[in-house]
Design a protein around this ligand. Structure first.
Ligand SMILES: [Mg+2]
Length: 283
């Protein structure tokens, strides 16, 4: 790797279905990635993560993989860095709006047949889906992510013919109740929110309208002036539509996103990320 390159580079990597697979695991061993990222950062390339996940979840990945650059969390709502922990950009309606709503939801949604769990929702969802655990009369589990600050995400998992799974029908039913609770309890900010449903993951995310990963770019540019910014991702959510950003896709990315990319990897997930960073370092 060439230390003499004059333009400094910042690479922002997406997590879901880019660095990690559907089971929230890297597809190369974390120790291997940590060695690779340490080497690349050693020649002056800055590596960060830009994800829809909660800041704590991203920080955990960053630490385990030795990624030391900026962290953009909850779809551009929060910006932080491991070197200097603490959020330096927040973009959300009202103070504590989402944590407050999360508390109200957990109180109001549970009943005889529905259990609400607040905590580390992603691994719990992976554990539950496809299993046949017997929870007696309980046939619906709502898993709310306990770490988000500028949004709320929840899985709805329902026992259907003996197996726990996410279905559109069960999500719609819970979403109706969630909307009623949100309007009744936190009316004035309701119109500022949107409800994103991802049927593939069986998850709903409530966030401020208009938030996207690129919302964090002005702050990132102030913090990293003159850097050439590269984005590595898998979907149109990773298309920043900001001048001067080079978009790169892992091989498992959507066709639509690949069409917008200057670099497309031959390999998927973590291996594709390593392949693309190798190309970027050479440029
Ligand atoms: Mg993704």
């Amino acid at each position: 790797m060439n230390k003499e390159k004059s333009v400094r580079k910042l690479i922002l990597i997406d997590l879901d279905k880019t660095l990690i697979d559907r089971n929230y695991k890297t597809t190369l061993p974390e120790a291997h990635l940590a060695t690779f990222f340490t080497e690349v950062q050693g020649v002056g390339v800055t590596i960060g993560i830009s994800s829809d996940s909660a800041i704590g979840t991203i920080e955990d990945f960053a630490r385990r993989c030795s990624i030391r650059g900026p962290i953009i969390a909850e779809n551009g709502s929060l910006v932080s860095t491991l070197a200097k922990p603490g959020i330096f950009e927040k973009n959300m309606p009202g103070k504590n709006f989402f944590p407050k709503l999360r508390g109200v939801l957990s109180e109001k949604l549970h009943d005889k047949t529905t259990v609400v769990i607040i905590g580390n929702a992603n691994p719990l969802a992976v554990l539950l889906k496809g299993s046949n655990y017997n929870l007696g009369v309980v046939d619906t589990i709502i898993l709310i992510n306990g770490y988000r600050q500028a949004s709320i995400s929840f899985f709805v998992i329902k026992k259907t013919r003996g197996v726990w799974k996410s279905t559109n029908g069960s999500m719609e039913k819970v979403l109706e109740a969630v909307k009623e609770i949100a309007i009744a309890n936190l009316g004035i900010y309701y119109d500022e929110c949107c409800f994103d449903i991802n049927p593939e993951y069986g998850i709903c995310i409530i966030r401020k309208k208009g938030m996207q990963k690129s919302s964090a770019i002005p702050r990132i540019k102030r913090k990293y002036p003159g850097y050439r910014i590269f984005v590595i991702g898998d979907s149109m959510g990773d298309f920043y539509d900001v001048e001067g950003i080079t978009h790169c896709a892992v091989s498992n990315a959507s066709r639509e996103f690949k069409k917008r990319c200057q670099l497309v990897a031959k390999k998927p997930y973590s291996k594709g990320v390593v392949e693309l960073i190798g190309e970027i370092v050479k440029q």
